[in-house]
Design a protein around this ligand. Structure first.
Ligand code: ITT
Length: 199
């Protein structure tokens, strides 16, 4: 049976510094962490068409190269009026410089172009845990909300300053990290992971 055991080392298979504290906070203090960046692991190409596919690809890549159990997140923001875009292309909309002011502006411009008044959006997080000898578990979580422009708040990362979760009025960029961690797509995915691999 696949389990995460207290005290084991887990590779956090991300090169996004915004995700590391969120994943570490969700996992708590029971594991030893090392990040893909600290191990100088190369970033794999995200060639899959789904969040779950890319999360498994990243976790398997890090587990194979490090010989440790690895956890990866593949996530993104989907906008209803843009048929779910940017979705799995969320990071790529920020360009090679990973400038999310450009990505957020692009979302606003696309909404104006299609003449949409619907501002519904959601974040998805797929979390995958892979073992070096092959097994892999993947789960998904989602949080719904609405978009607001101009961006507000300098906390969080990525698209956080334009996303207001349905349970409140502040953007993810304005919320305390713990408040975001309590309701986020990543937290919801983690609850499923906990049920599958920890409890
Ligand atoms: P890794 O693959 O190395 O983890 P990445 O940034 O390329 O880093 P993704 O491919 O999963 O990760 O891209 C997801 C993008 O979606 C991410 O760069 C953010 O812009 C956005 N995103 C995901 N979760 C988010 C969150 O909680 N808040 C804001 N933006 C988020």
């Amino acid at each position: 049976m696949l389990r995460l055991i207290n005290g084991m080392t887990l590779v956090i298979a991300t090169h996004n510094p915004g995700k590391v504290p969120e994943i570490a906070a969700l996992l708590g203090e029971n594991y030893r962490f090392v990040t893909a960046g600290e191990l100088n692991l190369p970033e794999p190409d995200e060639t899959e068409a789904t969040f779950t596919g890319n999360a498994m690809l990243k976790a398997r890549h890090a587990a194979a190269l490090s010989s440790e159990v690895a956890i990866a997140d593949d996530s993104g923001m989907s906008v209803a009026a843009l048929d779910g875009a940017p979705g799995v292309f969320s990071a790529r909309w920020a360009g090679p410089a990973k400038d999310f002011s450009i990505a957020m502006k692009k979302v606003e411009t696309r909404l104006e172009e299609v003449g949409a008044t619907d501002r519904s959006a959601w974040f998805t997080s797929a979390l995958a845990v892979a073992w070096p000898d092959g097994p892999c578990v993947v789960v998904e979580g989602r949080v719904d909300g609405t978009l607001t422009f101009p961006p507000r708040g300098d906390r969080g990362f990525g698209y956080d300053p334009i996303f207001v979760p349905e349970t409140g009025e502040l953007t993810f960029g304005e919320m305390e990290p713990a408040a975001k961690d309590a309701i986020s797509h990543r937290a919801r995915a983690f609850a499923r992971l906990r049920a599958a691999l920890i409890d």
